[in-house]
Design a protein around this ligand. Structure first.
Ligand code: RAM
Length: 339
């Protein structure tokens, strides 16, 4: 019975995703393309939107950049409603919730607006295509291996994430929890997942809370650029370099000092400018009706070359920018002025 239900749900999701992908045909508002990030004040989001803007301008279009003050679904719903009224051709969004945007995105689709997600996805039924920064499984596994290495193979580790609803962080954390079940990691203990909401002050206080509650903590893994910078600052300010190590996903420009001082021995990321740039080419191809976002669709990603749409782990479709890149003392200075 349960199996029948799962199959039925999967078919429903596939069908609605297929119907959704069809939205590309009716392209709405000329050549105006919107990009919506999770919240303001996040340098990663600014870089992503910079890349999107460059790509849209290269293709002769106009850009609307939006982000709410706080990283909530409600605030993004308001913004999307405004963009529907503005009759944009496409909306590219880094979503604050996997499911909650579905009604407003369906409304946008029915108005002929093409929906792309980049960085943080919505469910398959609510988008035509996701632009994934790197393979989800690879990111989660890479972070567990980094924690294992930096903890010396055993001991307590914690995760400092963004919001509890963030679909990208939640997907990576799900892989991390699964990976931690492997025999190799049996002596690593994940004691807590804390949420700094991609707000600097909250990420600082959550880090302080972890240190107070878990005096034997060896590693904090922060799969968010805001969280990792806040955590490394706390470790540095409190003179805990070497006792508690910080790793995760960080922007080189924000983390160079902490990689150099050893509070973060190494970390990973991808190029957020390229991520936004690639999304702009996907958005335009959808709006032009050149692709619909189905598996096997191919489109030119400008200076990044050509991309093919593949199956995403969440049942929808995606294109993957590339593998995560490791930043460490030997290369951080080359990258800190780039992004
Ligand atoms: C933060 C945001 C973003 C994420 C990066 C790694 O800037 O949460 O969505 O991809 O970290």
């Amino acid at each position: 019975m349960k199996r029948v239900l799962v199959i039925a749900l999967t078919l429903t999701a596939a069908l609605s995703a297929a119907l959704f992908a069809g939205g590309g045909q009716q392209a709405g508002g000329g050549n105006v393309h919107a990009v919506v990030f999770k919240s303001t004040g996040n340098p990663f989001g600014e870089k992503l939107m910079d890349g999107f803007e460059t790509g849209v301008k290269e293709q002769g279009g106009t850009v609307i950049r939006r982000a709410p003050d706080l990283p909530t679904a409600e605030a993004q719903i308001q913004i999307i409603d405004q963009l529907i009224a503005q009759k944009v051709a496409s909306i590219t969004i880094s979503a604050n919730d996997f499911d909650a945007l579905q009604p407003v995105l369906t409304k946008a689709k029915n108005a002929g607006i093409n929906i792309v997600t980049a960085d943080s996805a919505v469910n398959a039924a609510s988008r035509s295509l996701h632009i994934n920064q790197a393979d989800t499984k690879l990111i989660g596994e890479t972070l567990v291996e980094a924690a294992f290495d930096q903890a010396g193979g055993s001991g307590e580790i914690a995760i400092l994430s963004a919001t509890s609803q963030a679909s990208n962080q939640n997907a990576w954390i799900a892989v991390m929890e699964e990976t931690l079940k492997q025999a190799k990691y049996a002596n690593l203990k994940l004691v807590k997942i804390a949420y700094g909401d991609d707000l600097r002050d909250k990420s600082v206080s959550e880090t302080e809370g972890l240190l107070a509650s878990y005096p034997n903590l060896k590693v904090i893994v922060a799969p968010t650029t805001v969280g990792i910078a806040a955590a490394a600052k706390v470790i540095t300010d409190r003179g805990l370099i070497g006792k508690v190590k910080i790793t995760g996903l960080g922007l080189p420009s924000e983390m160079a000092d902490y990689i150099t001082n050893g509070s973060c021995p190494y970390m990973f990321l991808w190029n957020p400018i390229d991520l936004g740039y690639l999304a702009s080419y996907a958005a335009k191809a959808l709006a032009d009706g050149a692709i619909t976002g189905k598996i096997g669709d191919k489109f030119g990603g400008g200076k990044l070359g050509s991309y093919t749409v593949v199956n995403a782990a969440d049942g929808g479709t995606e294109v993957v920018l590339g593998p995560p890149f490791k930043f460490e003392p030997s290369n951080i200075n080359e990258w800190k002025s780039v992004y």
